[in-house]
Design a protein around this ligand. Structure first.
Ligand code: SF4
Length: 386
């Protein structure tokens, strides 16, 4: 396939958190708001005069570093001095510890205006939970931004933020839909780069290039002969490293769908406002109900998550599922083990279960695992006459 026109530009934007567009967003007078988890609604950090940046620690070289520690290391190196506030959620342990260090050690972020806020997120998905979550978002996000930075948090402002988010959500989703084709005109690696830039750059500065990329993909000719052996769905916890996906694809498995913390299947869903609903309630409902995070532990929720994964696998014509969790990720280590048993048993999907580092230096071992998985799925396909 011909290279995507903006791919190198997008890859460059992912080389550091304080990238060219983040700097431009700040030069334009906007407040830069960091976050780490899906439960901090990105859309509320994109209110007029602000922009959201999902924090990453690209090119982290520390051995045995997990997500939260890599972020803290990057913060101590001065790599996050550009953020004006970090808005966290009481969700994953490692990201909570990261937030506590920012909150209690006043010399981690070298920025005189730097502030933090911590939001509580319910463990259930019911009307009471939506109500509680809405109240938390009102106090810990909207009131925080209004009081500390003078941000307009009116319904009109939230609607504007929903509009720009939906524009980006719809473009990325439309690009992702091409992955359902038998021979997709986009690789999983390219798609992960596109999804990630949409999360780490001010949306008003990246949306034109995303739209142009969509138009390009509509006309892009895939290679005549597909150069993959099987198609896989990638599920699991945080993964903001496109090279991890490149590694999977180099073993012959095309990544066609991504249900993980930095994937598109949740983060890029269109936000709908139901009739008679105020925009903040719509946001609370959307983020709580669309999440397929393993922290919801009710039995019916846990079982429903398997069905959602199997449905995605069917929709994207995946032959197998790779479930990854980062080292020390409590929720997903249990979920991964359950997935490994339940998805093959109840839904017929082979599973490759991986515990990974934040940045994967041990690629030799992973390569061996992925190659073995690809071979076993290929064999299964031959036996089933597919
Ligand atoms: S695993 Fe769940 S709680 Fe943790 S970062 Fe992902 S969405 Fe948030």
């Amino acid at each position: 396939m011909r290279d995507l026109k903006h791919l190198i530009y997008f890859e460059d934007l992912l080389q550091e958190a304080n990238n060219e567009l983040v700097r431009k967003g700040k030069e334009d007078g906007n407040i830069c708001l960091g976050y780490t988890c899906y439960f901090m609604p990105e859309v509320l950090l994109d209110l007029p005069g602000c922009f959201a940046v999902r924090l990453r620690a690209p090119r982290c070289t520390s051995p045995d570093c997990h997500y939260g520690r890599s972020l803290l290391e990057r913060a101590l190196e001065g790599g996050f001095n550009f953020i004006d506030a970090q808005l966290a959620t009481e969700t994953c342990t490692v990201t909570c510890r990261f937030q506590e260090h920012l909150e209690y050690m006043d010399d981690v972020i070298n920025n005189a205006t730097f502030k933090t806020s911590f939001t509580d997120v319910p463990f259930k998905k019911n009307e009471n939970s939506i109500d509680h979550y809405r109240k938390q978002l009102k106090i810990k996000v909207l009131d925080f931004l209004a009081n500390e930075f003078g941000v307009d948090t009116s319904d009109k402002a939230i609607l504007k933020a929903i509009e720009i988010n939906n524009e980006v959500n719809d473009i990325v989703t439309e690009i992702g839909n091409f992955r359902k084709l038998e021979n997709p005109p986009i690789t999983g690696y390219e798609f992960s780069v596109i999804t990630l830039v949409s999360m780490v750059c001010p949306k008003y500065l990246i949306v034109d290039k995303l739209r142009e990329t969509l138009e390009e993909i509509k006309k892009r000719e895939p290679d005549d002969k597909p150069n993959f052996k099987i198609r896989v769905l990638l599920a699991g916890s945080e993964n903001d490293d496109p090279d991890f996906i490149k590694l999977i694809e180099s073993c012959g498995a095309l990544v066609v769908a991504d249900r993980h913390c930095y994937g598109s299947l949740e983060a890029r869903q269109h936000i709908n406002i139901e009739e008679g609903e105020d925009p903040l309630t719509a946001v609370a409902r959307h983020y709580l109900l669309t999440s397929q995070c393993a922290r919801f532990m009710e039995q019916q929720e846990m079982r429903h998550r398997k069905k959602v994964l199997a449905d995605y696998a069917k929709e994207y014509k995946a032959d197998g599922i790779i479930v990854e969790s980062n080292k020390f990720c409590e929720y997903w280590s249990f979920e991964r083990m359950i997935d490994t048993i339940v998805l093959p048993r109840d839904f017929g999907y082979p599973v490759c279960s991986i515990e990974k580092e934040y940045i994967n230096t041990a690629s030799g071992q992973l390569r061996t695992r992925f190659q073995a998985f690809v071979e076993s799925v290929e064999l299964k396909k031959i036996q089933e006459g597919k």
